[in-house]
Design a protein around this ligand. Sequence first.
Ligand code: PMP
Length: 404
Amino acid sequence: NPGGYRGGKPEGINTDSSSHAPASDALIINSDIGDPVIFEPYWLKYGIDMVIPPWHSISYVSSQRQISPFFEDFLIDEIISVHKIVGNAVTKDRHIVIGAGSIQLLQAALYALSVNDRSPPLKVVSAYPFYSAYPMVTDFVQSKLYEWAGDAMDFEATSNRDGYIEIVNYPNNPDGTFRHAVVNGSGGLIHDLAYYWPQYTPITSPADHDIMLFTLSKFSGHAGSRVGWAIVKDLKVAQLMSKYIFLNTIGLSRDAQARAAHIMRYVVHHYSQKGSAPYRLKTGPDNTTLLFHHAYDALKHRWKELRGLVVSGARFTLQDYPLAFCTFFGETTTSHPAFAWLKCEQDRNCEELLNSVNVRSRGGHQFGILDPQYTRISMILNLKEFTTLHSRLALLNNSSQTQC
Ligand code: PMP
């Protein structure tokens, strides 16, 4: 058989969770990046194969219907169905722009909001701690249209609040908190909703903002497919964003769009067999576990383990999250973010402390925080990495108690 996928199964992945003993002390745990490999066992167990025939995506263009001919109609339809099932975003009378991950769409949005401004460069701000990529992405090409200006709270306190774009991220990476815009002015707003899915946080109402960014990476774990989408109110803004994507990459790979649609169709199909939200039962047709329920359970379990460890000592503390009624699950739940915002209560530098046990994390300074007592660890590692991370943190916790 000359065709077909030639890669192997991802290493260290086993759907049997009992086989994940911690790794040896020498193995470096990379908890710095937010790679969503927590989803791999799910897709290994339940995913259905997908074949893209060789005649597909010969042409650059695909659609007659969308604001850009490079966006696949069937992907836009699936995106709308996913949001309808989850209830996390308004899509009626909105325009959908597809890009290479939400990071490309963020750049497209910055361009669209600034290109016709009369007094560039616009100041780009976000309340700290902010996602570490925002300053880098904003200033990378040294655009004349916009420039990074740091913490939105500081900006709000200045007298001149003209000419700005605020990025609002909820639930926020790195600390998982729920955010609102803080600058009181008439600047542009970009809402980064990468983690506004029921596995991470209660869905309380459909989000309805001018520009909302979503990504397949944190929806289903398919970060390598590089698929993101923006839901945009204003047609002109959506057209400018599409123009940016056209000049940048001539659309997104049609193969990637087909793959994203396939994954979404699978999720939508399984949930829609169960009627509409609230979805109280975690099993779908043929006893499959439903995606959001599966990911929710896995994250809840990890958070319980981490919180148990933290309260058993005095060395670390974690952010607390409120309870809220989740319309998707039909019950009161709390947040189980993709990252834990760890504070070291006794050590001066939390990132360095974790480094000492071969755990890489992302120190608070990368999120605009000057206090080195904070560091961000990933909760979406694979199970073996998480088990190892947990046992090394437990070791640090216990050794501090012994010293006391
Ligand atoms: N926004 C936030 C808050 C993120 O955490 C990430 C990924 N870590 C992104 C955007 C980028 O996601 P993508 O893979 O779609 O580029």
